[in-house]
Design a protein around this ligand. Sequence first.
Ligand SMILES: CC(C)(COP(=O)(O)OP(=O)(O)OC[C@H]1O[C@@H](n2cnc3c(N)ncnc32)[C@H](O)[C@@H]1OP(=O)(O)O)[C@@H](O)C(=O)NCCC(=O)NCCS
Length: 162
Amino acid sequence: MDIRAIQSTDLDGIVDLLARTDAFDDEERQVARELVEDAIHRPDESGYHALVAVEPKSSGGSVLGYVLHGPTPMTEHTHDLYWIAVDATRRGQGIGRKLVAALDQTLRAEGGRIVRVEASSVADAPATLAFYHGTGFVECGRIPHFYGTDDDLVIFYRDLGA
Ligand SMILES: CC(C)(COP(=O)(O)OP(=O)(O)OC[C@H]1O[C@@H](n2cnc3c(N)ncnc32)[C@H](O)[C@@H]1OP(=O)(O)O)[C@@H](O)C(=O)NCCC(=O)NCCS
């Protein structure tokens, strides 16, 4: 598996991956697609960037997962992890962990220091919250009822300098 910056040829593979991801509804898939298109065509203007995990070319080169991120406006060295997804047939094999490690490496090289993730206590499955805990993010805050009644905003961060 290779992890590299997104290319325009990745779009169809990512759209297929999103279509197979039960965790997202159609509206979320549409938003995810638009952000990926921004990362491909307008990274500097949009502030959206992405890393993609792909099979080696010799095995077909298909998209296995991606992470969408960007610098957090009005901060010195903070970045948001906006979206991460791994193909439903390839979860639990360490691909998400490798995407996070590649993101860390990319951001460190750019002088990044903090990565923030915002999640929903309801819409994000327990496995997703476990993924952030399991890959070294620290849960550092919660706003009760943020997304709706009993649906909290959960804030995670990691300090790349720590
Ligand atoms: C969340 C997601 C990206 C994780 O990717 P993944 O490749 O399956 O995760 P990994 O195999 O790298 O797991 C890394 C660690 O996360 C934790 N983890 C992952 N899946 C877990 C699960 N189902 N239950 C508990 N912990 C889990 C573990 O600590 C794991 O480490 P370990 O295997 O050494 O125990 C993937 O499940 C996914 O695409 N989910 C649907 C989309 C989504 O909800 N995205 C997040 C919101 S945008």
